[in-house]
Design a protein around this ligand. Sequence first.
Ligand code: DC
Length: 203
Amino acid sequence: MAFTIAIDGPAAAGKGTIGRAVAKHFGFAHLDTGLLYRATGRRMLEDTDPVEAARNLRASDLDAENLRSPEVAQAASRVAAIPEVREALVNFQRAFAARGGGAVLDGRDIGTVICPDAPVKLYVTASDEVRARRRHAELVAKGHDISLAEVAEDLRLRDARDSARATAPLKPAEDALTLDSSDMSIEQAIATAIAIVEKALPE
Ligand code: DC
């Protein structure tokens, strides 16, 4: 059975954490689609043409070191505005979604462009401050030397660029349910998402 859960939302809203946990709970596969853009952005920083990089992306590129750095995140957001880059990544994402056994994809355009027919669409968000604090704590735990203000600026710039681009901008699908986790623990946010999916699953 192909059953797709589409999770979209701004940077550092907890999409990845929720997506992974939901996938684990239901035994579904999970794809963090941001990694595709991060891997492409990383290749651009190494002077590879981003369209070529996206067309030739390999699974091993998604394991590259430092894909989580703010520098790579900015590069990802820049290459993500190039229509040919997005086009090159569509088939892989749709094939992933169509695999048997269920799939969770998280990103910016999953419910709007990649899987518009997904039976569950979540738009996960949180206040700017909460998102910046959570991402800052994550980066510091990984050894990055970065201030809260720098993280907040990274998120602000990316959200502005990701929302304003002409192709597949960040926005909730019309039929998406919004999950605002500003005042929730991560456990509460995950439990809320699981309850939503539970209701939508076929008998
Ligand atoms: O989810 P993330 O923060 O790892 O994504 C990094 C960047 O990639 C994000 O700023 C915009 C881009 N992206 C996108 O345009 N579409 C997606 N489906 C996923 C990510």
